[in-house]
Write a protein that binds this ligand. Structure first.
Ligand SMILES: Cc1cc2nc3c(=O)[nH]c(=O)nc-3n(C[C@H](O)[C@H](O)[C@H](O)COP(=O)(O)OP(=O)(O)OC[C@H]3O[C@@H](n4cnc5c(N)ncnc54)[C@H](O)[C@@H]3O)c2cc1C
Length: 509
């Protein structure tokens, strides 16, 4: 043990603050740690991996830095709030730059739609594709703004612990026609099939099928337009490191390589956790940032669960899987922007393959990340860092990823070579992939799902596992699998809910 670590431990032993354990160091867990630390809790974050960040961890290899997961930072004020709670300014630790355009969508016919933050530029782009759809687009953006005001600003950070909370928002849900899907809503406003795809794909960013996700998720275009789309210099992991620094400043501790095997419960109340190596850690409260279905299915004993039984978890709907190919090239592709969505020939049919038929299609769509368009620091000089992310079926599908990973990677490479990255096969100098199997093995994600429980109306708000556990007193949930859901704004808001459901530490002293 280093002297510094010994001192930190000694300081914690004499620390009179009540103890909170956070399981997992994803963005939800780190945000929860900062919020609890600011409210007088002594926080220990337990993370099974060897680095913090969860889905937002980082892979470094051969001089390249690859963010494993999130690349698009929206609603940065949620990060600013956390820094303020810890007595600092976000800009002291992390440089965020605004992306313009937000992203480009390349359709299968080769046309490219640039999604812009400036409303006038965006309207010009809509008119370039389909002048007849301009009025419908304007109406859709007004609806998106209203949905954002209600769904994100008003309800995104409030607890949905009682059914009465659901009844209270029922009039809003009816007004927003929340039972309709995002795609059905968009299709009532614009006719051009390319614009229908460009305005409706957003639920995929949080694990939902645009043809099944509630119209509540129509809020995303307005959220992007209001607060912008940002990139953190050095990569999204700069935000993870920044948050970890805030936890340390508050006197909290992040223990890496610490896997929780069980949440200990006495008389219906969480008393702490037991690690996989047998160590027990007592705590006044436990906050789980592990996937909610894993928290209930694996960490809470069955006899303590009435709502989230094994049967119910087995019947739940899980988000799609992700195949991610991280690669570096010896050359730069200057014509390729920071964020590109490359759509294949099918939209509805492909999504049905992924979410319903659970088959791996060969005419897939993908998202291509090229951070070196904005930030040369993540690759050696003259090189580009990329990742290509392909939505695929989760592990409900009988896909042998051990055998399929390399053929599928080659198919992705061929598609990119034909469309955006000529000569790619000869230019790749470093490469690694993640399949749904890795999400299950590394992140303990049930069904290898990329985003936890699927965001459909019947699994949203009160219907989602609650932030204050409905099963066990003193247990709280944050992260993608609880309210409000996946994506950085969602998981940061889930931690914000804790401010309303966790008592101030001072009350326990
Ligand atoms: C490839 C990809 C791209 C994405 N792109 C974007 C994007 O551009 N913008 C955006 O806003 N969102 C994006 N998302 C979604 C976003 O990244 C996630 O919703 C969010 O990061 C999940 O955070 P979380 O708090 O749920 O925790 P997670 O990241 O899921 O972390 C949970 C942590 O808990 C740990 N853990 C689990 N069980 C245990 C245990 N028993 N003991 C100890 N530790 C445990 C895990 O190891 C993990 O570190 C993306 C996701 C993926 C996968």
């Amino acid at each position: 043990m280093t002297a510094a670590l010994a001192l930190a431990r000694a300081a914690q032993v004499g620390d009179p603050r009540p103890h909170a354990v956070v399981i997992g160091s994803g963005f939800g867990g780190l945000a929860a740690a900062v919020r609890l630390g600011a409210r007088g809790w002594r926080v220990t974050v337990l993370e099974r991996l060897d680095q913090p960040g969860g889905r937002a961890r980082v892979f470094r290899q051969d001089g390249f830095t690859f963010d494993a997961g999130p690349t698009i930072v929206t609603a940065p004020f949620l990060f600013e709030e956390l820094w303020a709670l810890a007595g600092r300014r976000l800009a002291e630790d992390v440089t965020l730059v605004a992306c313009d355009p937000f992203y480009r969508i390349r359709f299968d016919d080769g046309t490219v739609f640039a999604c812009r933050g400036d409303p006038a530029a965006m309207r010009a782009e809509i008119a370039r594709f389909s002048p007849a759809d301009l009025a419908g687009y304007d109406r859709y953006m007004r609806l998106s703004a209203e949905t954002c005001r209600i769904g994100f600003e008003r309800l995104g950070h409030v607890p949905f612990g009682r059914f009465a909370d659901m009844l209270r928002v029922a009039p809003d849900l009816i007004r927003l026609r929340a039972w309709r899907s995002v795609h059905a809503t968009v299709a009532r406003h614009v006719r051009d099939p390319r614009l229908r795809a460009a305005l409706s794909f957003h639920p995929l960013l949080i694990g939902g099928n645009p043809f099944a996700a509630s119209a509540v998720y129509c809020l995303i275009p307005a959220l992007e337009q209001r607060w912008g789309v940002h990139y953190a210099i050095g990569g999204t992991h700069a935000l993870v490191r920044g948050l970890a620094g805030l936890v340390a400043r508050q006197g909290g501790r992040i223990r890496l390589g610490a896997e929780v095997a069980a949440i200990t419960v006495r008389d219906g109340r969480a008393t702490g956790v037991r690690l996989a190596d047998g160590e027990t850690i007592a705590a006044a409260i436990v906050v789980s940032n592990a996937d909610s279905a894993f928290t209930y299915g694996a960490l809470v004993p069955p006899h303590c669960r009435r709502r989230w039984t094994d049967r119910r978890l087995a019947r739940a709907r899980y988000s799609m899987g992700l195949f991610v190919w991280y690669f570096g090239t010896r050359r730069r592709y200057e014509a390729v922007g920071h964020h590109t969505i490359l759509l294949g020939p099918r939209y509805r049919g492909l999504l049905a393959d992924i979410f319903d038929r659970k088959r791996l299609a060969d005419d897939f769509s993908l998202y291509l990340h090229r951070p070196t368009a904005t930030d040369a620091s993540v690759a050696p000089a003259g090189c580009d860092a990329f990742y290509a992310l392909v939505p695929v079926p989760n592990l409900d599908a009988a896909i042998d990823w051990a055998g399929m990973a390399e053929p599928f990677r080659r198919a992705v490479e061929r598609r990119l070579e034909r469309t955006l990255l000529p000569g790619l096969g000869d230019a790749v100098v470093t490469s690694r992939v993640m399949t749904p199997r890795d999400f299950a093995a590394d992140l303990l994600a049930p069904r290898g799902a990329g985003f936890g429980l699927e965001p459909v109306l019947t699994q949203s708000a009160w219907f989602r596992p609650h932030n204050a556990s409905e099963e066990i007193a003193g247990l709280y949930l944050v992260g993608a699998g609880t309210h409000p859901g996946a994506g950085l704004p969602g998981v940061l808001c889930s931690a914000k809910v804790l401010d309303q459901v966790v008592p101030d530490a001072a009350r326990l002293r």
